[in-house]
Design a protein around this ligand. Structure first.
Ligand SMILES: C[S@@+](CC[C@H](N)C(=O)[O-])C[C@H]1O[C@@H](n2cnc3c(N)ncnc32)[C@H](O)[C@@H]1O
Length: 180
């Protein structure tokens, strides 16, 4: 088992490989695991280029929480970290750590929920109120053997060492929460 990074919360399981929930269909598993639906030897996520830090600035909108910060200069269009979590096909409407992975034409909607198990990626905040615009984005990441994952990738400007890594969660993410 990989040792959790600095500032990792005790109530969350740290993992560098996805966990597949029983709600994911066999067909979806074969597709997502690059044909190896037995789940042996899942490729580990590469080391994160971001480190977890507590947000101590009172003017930061996520003050009291944590964020992900570049531990070195990150070039444009670089994989910063894979979004590891529980891969699932059931509904998780109350999760704040759930990202959509793939929608199958037949209707199965697979997400990655890092509420209870995950890696550094679960600490990426939305740019609103933090920086004028995102410096990273969620996008597909295919492993060398053909597993489909979600990656957090730097945008064209690259990221300076020490900067907070921020994405856009999307207007609908915030709209859903302002109504609740
Ligand atoms: C995926 S988590 C991000 C990591 C979180 N800050 C933590 O320490 O666990 C999403 C949560 O972070 C907070 N968050 C992220 N971006 C934010 C922003 N721009 N303004 C306010 N809160 C934000 C919200 O509480 C949101 O539900």
């Amino acid at each position: 088992m990989t040792r959790p990074p600095k500032n990792w919360p005790a109530h969350v399981q740290y993992s560098t490989v996805p966990y597949f929930h029983s709600s994911v269909s066999g067909d979806a598993l074969s597709f997502l695991k690059g044909g190896d639906s037995k789940g042996i030897s899942l490729p580990s996520a590469p080391p994160s280029l971001g480190g977890i830090r507590p947000i101590v600035d009172p003017s930061h909108p996520a003050h009291g929480q944590h964020g992900l910060f570049a531990t070195r200069k990150i070039a444009a269009h670089t994989l910063i970290v894979e979004y590891i979590g529980e891969v699932h096909s059931d509904e998780r409407p109350t999760s704040d750590y759930d990202i959509s992975l793939y929608r199958f034409p037949g209707g199965e909607n697979v997400g990655v929920d890092a509420t209870a198990i995950g890696n550094e990626a679960r600490f990426v905040n939305d740019y609103r109120g933090i920086r004028p615009k995102p410096n990273a984005q969620f996008a597909d990441r295919w492993t060398a053997r053909g597993d489909l994952r979600i990656g957090i990738w730097s945008l064209a400007s690259g990221i300076r060492k020490g900067d907070e890594i921020v994405v856009s969660y999307g207007k609908s993410w915030w709209a859903a929460r302002s109504l609740s």
